[in-house]
Design a protein. Structure first.
Length: 306
């Protein structure tokens, strides 16, 4: 453990030593694309500040931009130049059990900014969401604007393709799901639609197979993505020790007992399904630290009043 801490300390010092002051004041155009042999065409393009931390970029920009669920699954960044990995500190998401397949630990993502990871157009970093389902994303720097032409605001530029469903067993299964919707028998189509519409990231829409019988896999609603990012920016950074989790209480007061384990934290019940299960998430109520701050209105990390 001591050797790993020493390595992380060295990596952090190397990041701090990089001359990226001008890049931190520059706006970046990033292209996020689902990758992998079985992946379907899904991509997004967004403008962000080079001064934004990877923590904010992942939690408040890319996750809602793609259509994933905040603070539900773990994620890991990989610098393709040297293999360095960055991720949320002390994450307790259920899929962290698979972290050992990717590396024992990662450098806290609050220590790294956009300007550190992408230093010129064409640079690519990998972002994996959900360490169990392995949703791999290539994040490519398409352009870097001069500081004089930059405002630091988050801006959704364009995109294509519907986000896959959460907990859907990865790219191969999603490809099969879409094939079923195109050419499966009516019963299979109905079952697949129900699985999609009941998933964590689609249930909020309130869709039903009989009210929305046609699932458009090419659909990307820019306005919806903008609203999701606005909502994320207006809230504190996700508390990773309190990631969303499913609780199946065996007694009526089990949820209250569970809340007592997290003293000093607020436990939110997100749903109460008829089978008695609860999705819960914890928050601290604390303001974001300096390294994870961004304007709650526009997403710029610059000139913030604290």
């Amino acid at each position: 453990m001591r050797a790993r801490i020493h390595t992380f300390g060295l990596q952090i010092k190397q990041l701090e030593a990089l001359e990226v002051a001008e890049l931190e004041q520059s706006d970046y155009v990033l292209n996020i694309r689902l990758t992998g042999e079985q992946s379907v065409k899904v991509w997004r393009r967004v403008k962000v500040s080079g001064g934004l931390s990877l923590a904010v970029l992942a939690d408040k920009v890319i996750t809602p931009l793609m259509g994933w669920t905040r603070n539900y699954h773990a994620h890991v960044w990989t610098d393709t130049r040297d293999g360095s990995s960055f991720g949320p500190k002390d994450c307790m998401a259920v899929d962290m059990m698979w972290m050992t397949q990717l590396g024992w630990e990662s450098v806290p993502e609050t220590k790294c900014k956009v300007a550190h990871l992408w230093r010129k157009p064409g640079d690519v970093a990998e972002w994996m969401y959900d360490l169990g389902d392995h949703w791999e994303h290539d994040v490519t720097c398409k352009a870097i604007r001069a500081p004089t032409e930059s405002d630091g605001k988050v801006e959704v530029l364009e995109g294509f393709g519907a986000c896959p469903r959460e907990d859907g067993h990865g790219a191969s299964q999603w490809k099969d799901d879409l094939a079923t919707l195109r050419s499966g028998n009516p019963q299979k189509k109905q079952e697949t639609l129900a699985q999609i519409y009941n998933s964590m990231n689609y249930a909020i829409k309130g869709w039903m197979p009989w009210t929305n019988p046609q699932f458009d896999h090419a659909r990307f609603e820019q306005g919806e993505a903008v609203e999701r990012i606005k909502d994320a920016l207006s809230l504190p950074l996700s508390y990773r020790k309190g990631s969303k989790s499913l609780i199946m209480p065996l007694a009526p007061n089990a949820l209250e007992t569970h809340a007592e384990w997290r003293k000093g934290k607020k436990v939110h019940t997100l749903n109460t399904p008829t089978d008695g299960g609860y999705i819960i998430e914890s928050t601290t109520g604390k303001r974001d630290g300096v390294s994870a701050r961004a304007c709650a209105m526009c997403g710029t990390p610059h000139n913030l009043r604290v």
